[in-house]
Design a protein around this ligand. Structure first.
Ligand code: A2P
Length: 274
Protein backbone atom coordinates (compact mmCIF):
# COMPACT_ATOMS: atom_id res chain seq x y z
CA UNK A 1 0.00 0.00 0.00
CA UNK A 2 1.39 3.43 -0.88
CA UNK A 3 1.73 6.12 1.77
CA UNK A 4 -1.04 8.14 0.13
CA UNK A 5 -3.49 5.26 0.31
CA UNK A 6 -2.56 4.67 3.94
CA UNK A 7 -3.12 8.32 4.76
CA UNK A 8 -6.50 8.56 3.01
CA UNK A 9 -7.60 5.29 4.57
CA UNK A 10 -7.12 6.70 8.04
CA UNK A 11 -8.86 9.99 7.39
CA UNK A 12 -11.14 10.78 4.48
CA UNK A 13 -9.61 14.23 4.67
CA UNK A 14 -7.29 16.59 2.91
CA UNK A 15 -4.34 14.64 1.58
CA UNK A 16 -4.49 16.69 -1.67
CA UNK A 17 -5.14 20.37 -2.40
CA UNK A 18 -8.75 21.40 -2.99
CA UNK A 19 -9.41 21.47 -6.77
CA UNK A 20 -10.49 24.79 -8.29
CA UNK A 21 -14.15 25.43 -9.15
CA UNK A 22 -15.79 23.27 -6.48
CA UNK A 23 -17.19 24.06 -3.06
CA UNK A 24 -15.15 22.62 -0.17
CA UNK A 25 -17.52 22.15 2.76
CA UNK A 26 -17.09 20.98 6.35
CA UNK A 27 -18.87 17.91 7.73
CA UNK A 28 -20.98 18.84 10.78
CA UNK A 29 -22.46 15.44 11.74
CA UNK A 30 -22.46 11.79 10.65
CA UNK A 31 -25.08 9.17 11.56
CA UNK A 32 -24.51 5.50 10.79
CA UNK A 33 -27.82 3.62 10.53
CA UNK A 34 -26.52 0.18 9.58
CA UNK A 35 -23.30 -1.32 8.22
CA UNK A 36 -24.66 -0.41 4.73
CA UNK A 37 -26.24 3.03 5.28
CA UNK A 38 -25.23 6.38 6.74
CA UNK A 39 -26.27 10.02 6.57
CA UNK A 40 -24.15 13.12 6.99
CA UNK A 41 -24.66 16.85 7.17
CA UNK A 42 -22.25 19.55 6.08
CA UNK A 43 -22.02 23.31 5.82
CA UNK A 44 -23.86 24.97 2.93
CA UNK A 45 -22.16 27.59 0.77
CA UNK A 46 -24.01 30.89 1.10
CA UNK A 47 -24.36 31.28 -2.66
CA UNK A 48 -25.64 27.71 -3.24
CA UNK A 49 -29.29 27.46 -4.35
CA UNK A 50 -31.18 24.31 -5.38
CA UNK A 51 -34.71 23.02 -5.87
CA UNK A 52 -35.92 20.30 -3.49
CA UNK A 53 -35.29 16.89 -5.12
CA UNK A 54 -32.18 17.89 -7.09
CA UNK A 55 -28.77 16.20 -6.88
CA UNK A 56 -25.15 17.34 -6.87
CA UNK A 57 -21.80 15.69 -7.55
CA UNK A 58 -19.94 14.87 -4.34
CA UNK A 59 -16.26 13.94 -3.89
CA UNK A 60 -13.40 13.93 -1.41
CA UNK A 61 -10.04 15.72 -1.53
CA UNK A 62 -8.23 12.38 -1.26
CA UNK A 63 -6.81 12.18 -4.79
CA UNK A 64 -5.36 14.57 -7.34
CA UNK A 65 -8.42 13.87 -9.51
CA UNK A 66 -11.20 13.18 -7.02
CA UNK A 67 -13.92 10.65 -7.82
CA UNK A 68 -17.37 12.32 -7.91
CA UNK A 69 -20.74 10.60 -7.58
CA UNK A 70 -24.28 11.92 -7.94
CA UNK A 71 -25.94 12.46 -4.56
CA UNK A 72 -29.46 13.72 -3.97
CA UNK A 73 -29.64 16.56 -1.52
CA UNK A 74 -31.78 15.16 1.29
CA UNK A 75 -32.26 18.45 3.10
CA UNK A 76 -34.89 20.98 2.07
CA UNK A 77 -33.96 24.18 0.28
CA UNK A 78 -34.61 26.30 3.40
CA UNK A 79 -32.12 24.34 5.58
CA UNK A 80 -28.91 26.19 6.42
CA UNK A 81 -26.92 22.94 6.10
CA UNK A 82 -26.87 20.20 3.42
CA UNK A 83 -27.79 16.58 4.21
CA UNK A 84 -26.97 13.41 2.26
CA UNK A 85 -27.99 9.77 2.74
CA UNK A 86 -25.50 7.24 1.38
CA UNK A 87 -24.90 3.58 0.88
CA UNK A 88 -21.50 2.09 1.82
CA UNK A 89 -20.15 0.08 -1.07
CA UNK A 90 -17.26 -2.18 0.02
CA UNK A 91 -14.31 -1.16 -2.17
CA UNK A 92 -16.45 1.57 -3.83
CA UNK A 93 -14.21 4.31 -5.27
CA UNK A 94 -15.99 7.05 -3.28
CA UNK A 95 -18.08 5.45 -0.53
CA UNK A 96 -15.20 3.32 0.79
CA UNK A 97 -13.70 6.66 1.96
CA UNK A 98 -16.86 8.73 2.36
CA UNK A 99 -18.21 6.31 4.98
CA UNK A 100 -15.22 7.21 7.19
CA UNK A 101 -15.83 10.96 7.29
CA UNK A 102 -16.04 12.69 10.68
CA UNK A 103 -17.20 16.15 11.77
CA UNK A 104 -14.55 18.65 10.67
CA UNK A 105 -13.56 16.75 7.50
CA UNK A 106 -13.85 18.33 4.06
CA UNK A 107 -16.30 17.19 1.37
CA UNK A 108 -16.14 18.55 -2.18
CA UNK A 109 -19.28 19.51 -4.07
CA UNK A 110 -19.53 20.58 -7.70
CA UNK A 111 -21.38 23.85 -8.00
CA UNK A 112 -24.36 23.01 -10.19
CA UNK A 113 -27.38 21.10 -8.86
CA UNK A 114 -29.68 19.37 -11.34
CA UNK A 115 -32.34 16.64 -11.57
CA UNK A 116 -35.85 15.64 -12.58
CA UNK A 117 -37.40 14.79 -9.19
CA UNK A 118 -38.71 18.32 -8.83
CA UNK A 119 -42.23 19.69 -8.49
CA UNK A 120 -41.70 21.79 -11.65
CA UNK A 121 -41.54 18.61 -13.78
CA UNK A 122 -45.03 17.50 -12.68
CA UNK A 123 -48.40 18.77 -13.85
CA UNK A 124 -50.70 20.05 -11.09
CA UNK A 125 -52.48 17.25 -9.20
CA UNK A 126 -54.13 16.31 -5.91
CA UNK A 127 -51.96 13.46 -4.56
CA UNK A 128 -48.19 13.08 -4.82
CA UNK A 129 -46.70 9.55 -4.63
CA UNK A 130 -42.99 9.26 -3.84
CA UNK A 131 -41.77 5.69 -4.49
CA UNK A 132 -38.30 4.74 -3.19
CA UNK A 133 -36.07 1.80 -2.43
CA UNK A 134 -32.98 2.07 -0.19
CA UNK A 135 -31.18 5.42 -0.44
CA UNK A 136 -33.65 6.40 -3.16
CA UNK A 137 -35.57 8.05 -0.33
CA UNK A 138 -32.97 10.86 -0.21
CA UNK A 139 -34.51 13.27 -2.77
CA UNK A 140 -37.90 12.73 -1.16
CA UNK A 141 -36.45 13.64 2.25
CA UNK A 142 -36.00 17.05 0.64
CA UNK A 143 -39.38 17.13 -1.16
CA UNK A 144 -41.43 16.21 1.95
CA UNK A 145 -39.73 18.97 3.94
CA UNK A 146 -40.56 21.65 1.35
CA UNK A 147 -43.67 23.71 2.23
CA UNK A 148 -44.37 24.16 -1.50
CA UNK A 149 -45.13 20.42 -1.75
CA UNK A 150 -48.10 20.86 0.58
CA UNK A 151 -49.23 24.02 -1.16
CA UNK A 152 -49.41 22.06 -4.42
CA UNK A 153 -50.79 18.72 -3.18
CA UNK A 154 -53.60 17.68 -0.79
CA UNK A 155 -51.89 14.41 0.09
CA UNK A 156 -48.27 13.17 -0.08
CA UNK A 157 -47.62 9.42 0.03
CA UNK A 158 -44.00 8.39 0.65
CA UNK A 159 -43.07 4.72 0.26
CA UNK A 160 -39.75 3.04 1.00
CA UNK A 161 -38.79 -0.58 0.47
CA UNK A 162 -35.56 -1.86 2.02
CA UNK A 163 -34.14 -5.30 2.71
CA UNK A 164 -34.06 -4.94 6.52
CA UNK A 165 -36.10 -3.14 9.20
CA UNK A 166 -33.04 -1.21 10.44
CA UNK A 167 -32.62 0.25 6.95
CA UNK A 168 -36.02 1.93 7.28
CA UNK A 169 -34.95 3.91 10.36
CA UNK A 170 -33.76 7.00 8.46
CA UNK A 171 -37.17 7.29 6.75
CA UNK A 172 -39.10 6.67 9.95
CA UNK A 173 -37.18 9.36 11.84
CA UNK A 174 -37.48 11.71 8.88
CA UNK A 175 -41.26 11.41 8.72
CA UNK A 176 -41.70 11.65 12.53
CA UNK A 177 -39.42 14.70 12.73
CA UNK A 178 -41.13 16.37 9.78
CA UNK A 179 -44.58 15.88 11.28
CA UNK A 180 -43.51 17.17 14.69
CA UNK A 181 -41.29 20.01 13.43
CA UNK A 182 -42.64 23.36 14.59
CA UNK A 183 -42.27 25.01 11.20
CA UNK A 184 -43.21 22.04 8.99
CA UNK A 185 -46.17 20.68 10.98
CA UNK A 186 -48.13 23.77 10.02
CA UNK A 187 -47.84 22.86 6.33
CA UNK A 188 -47.89 19.07 6.66
CA UNK A 189 -50.89 18.66 8.98
CA UNK A 190 -52.24 15.17 8.25
CA UNK A 191 -51.32 15.29 4.56
CA UNK A 192 -48.18 13.10 4.80
CA UNK A 193 -48.50 9.29 4.72
CA UNK A 194 -45.57 6.86 4.97
CA UNK A 195 -45.55 3.21 3.92
CA UNK A 196 -42.40 1.25 4.79
CA UNK A 197 -41.65 -2.38 4.03
CA UNK A 198 -38.63 -4.61 4.71
CA UNK A 199 -38.51 -7.39 2.16
CA UNK A 200 -36.18 -9.78 3.96
CA UNK A 201 -37.48 -9.80 7.56
CA UNK A 202 -40.48 -9.18 9.77
CA UNK A 203 -44.17 -8.91 8.92
CA UNK A 204 -43.52 -7.20 5.58
CA UNK A 205 -41.13 -9.88 4.30
CA UNK A 206 -41.55 -10.15 0.53
CA UNK A 207 -43.53 -6.90 0.35
CA UNK A 208 -41.82 -5.02 -2.47
CA UNK A 209 -43.68 -1.82 -3.27
CA UNK A 210 -44.19 -3.07 -6.82
CA UNK A 211 -46.09 -6.10 -5.51
CA UNK A 212 -48.12 -3.89 -3.18
CA UNK A 213 -49.14 -1.55 -6.01
CA UNK A 214 -50.00 -4.47 -8.23
CA UNK A 215 -52.16 -6.30 -5.68
CA UNK A 216 -53.61 -3.08 -4.23
CA UNK A 217 -52.34 -3.74 -0.69
CA UNK A 218 -50.45 -0.44 -0.58
CA UNK A 219 -53.71 1.50 -0.92
CA UNK A 220 -55.59 -0.83 1.44
CA UNK A 221 -52.89 -0.48 4.12
CA UNK A 222 -53.04 3.32 3.89
CA UNK A 223 -56.81 3.51 3.48
CA UNK A 224 -56.61 5.50 0.25
CA UNK A 225 -57.93 5.16 -3.32
CA UNK A 226 -55.79 3.35 -5.94
CA UNK A 227 -53.60 5.25 -8.43
CA UNK A 228 -55.43 7.53 -10.83
CA UNK A 229 -53.58 9.58 -13.48
CA UNK A 230 -56.29 12.25 -13.37
CA UNK A 231 -55.51 13.23 -9.79
CA UNK A 232 -52.17 11.61 -8.93
CA UNK A 233 -48.56 12.49 -9.66
CA UNK A 234 -45.54 10.30 -8.90
CA UNK A 235 -41.78 10.45 -8.45
CA UNK A 236 -39.62 7.31 -8.52
CA UNK A 237 -36.08 6.79 -7.17
CA UNK A 238 -34.32 3.45 -6.73
CA UNK A 239 -32.45 0.75 -8.62
CA UNK A 240 -32.81 0.40 -12.39
CA UNK A 241 -34.96 -2.72 -12.00
CA UNK A 242 -37.26 -0.95 -9.55
CA UNK A 243 -37.54 2.16 -11.78
CA UNK A 244 -38.46 0.04 -14.78
CA UNK A 245 -41.07 -1.96 -12.89
CA UNK A 246 -42.77 1.04 -11.32
CA UNK A 247 -42.70 2.90 -14.64
CA UNK A 248 -44.40 -0.12 -16.20
CA UNK A 249 -47.10 -0.12 -13.51
CA UNK A 250 -47.68 3.62 -13.92
CA UNK A 251 -47.72 3.56 -17.70
CA UNK A 252 -50.22 0.68 -17.66
CA UNK A 253 -52.48 2.98 -15.63
CA UNK A 254 -52.13 5.89 -18.09
CA UNK A 255 -49.34 7.93 -16.48
CA UNK A 256 -46.88 9.79 -18.73
CA UNK A 257 -43.27 10.69 -17.95
CA UNK A 258 -42.46 14.36 -17.38
CA UNK A 259 -39.31 16.45 -17.53
CA UNK A 260 -38.26 19.94 -16.52
CA UNK A 261 -39.16 21.32 -19.95
CA UNK A 262 -42.30 19.17 -20.35
CA UNK A 263 -44.19 18.45 -17.13
CA UNK A 264 -45.94 15.07 -16.97
CA UNK A 265 -47.74 12.85 -14.48
CA UNK A 266 -44.61 11.03 -13.23
CA UNK A 267 -40.85 11.58 -13.11
CA UNK A 268 -37.85 9.29 -12.64
CA UNK A 269 -34.22 9.96 -11.73
CA UNK A 270 -31.74 7.80 -13.61
CA UNK A 271 -28.55 9.58 -12.49
CA UNK A 272 -27.85 7.20 -9.60
CA UNK A 273 -28.32 3.98 -11.50
CA UNK A 274 -25.22 1.96 -12.49
P1 A2P B 1 -35.63 -7.73 -2.32
O1 A2P B 1 -35.16 -7.89 -0.92
O2 A2P B 1 -36.84 -8.55 -2.64
O3 A2P B 1 -34.52 -7.87 -3.34
P2 A2P B 1 -31.13 -3.31 -2.86
O4 A2P B 1 -30.52 -3.16 -1.49
O5 A2P B 1 -30.76 -4.56 -3.55
O6 A2P B 1 -30.98 -2.07 -3.71
O7 A2P B 1 -32.70 -3.44 -2.60
C1 A2P B 1 -33.40 -2.50 -1.84
C2 A2P B 1 -34.82 -2.92 -1.76
O8 A2P B 1 -35.42 -2.82 -3.05
C3 A2P B 1 -34.99 -4.38 -1.32
O9 A2P B 1 -36.05 -4.41 -0.40
C4 A2P B 1 -35.33 -5.09 -2.61
O10 A2P B 1 -36.19 -6.21 -2.44
C5 A2P B 1 -36.10 -4.01 -3.35
N1 A2P B 1 -36.12 -4.23 -4.80
C6 A2P B 1 -35.15 -4.73 -5.57
N2 A2P B 1 -35.53 -4.77 -6.86
C7 A2P B 1 -36.79 -4.28 -6.90
C8 A2P B 1 -37.75 -4.09 -7.93
N3 A2P B 1 -37.49 -4.41 -9.19
N4 A2P B 1 -38.93 -3.54 -7.59
C9 A2P B 1 -39.21 -3.22 -6.30
N5 A2P B 1 -38.36 -3.40 -5.30
C10 A2P B 1 -37.16 -3.93 -5.57
Amino acid sequence: MSSVAAETDEKAGTAFPIPAGVFAETVTSVNHYTDRLFAFRMTRPQSFRFRSGEFVMIGLPNAEKPVYRAYSIASPSWDEELEFFSIKVPGGPLTEYLQKIKPGDTVLMRKKPTGTLVLDALKPGKRLFLFSTGTGIAPFASVIRDPETYEKFDQVVLTQTCRLQAELEYGRQLVDNTKSDELMSEFVGDKLLFHASATREGETRGHRVTTLIDNGKLFEDLGIAPLDPETDRAMICGSMAMLREIEGLLQARGFEEGANNKPGTYVVERAFVD
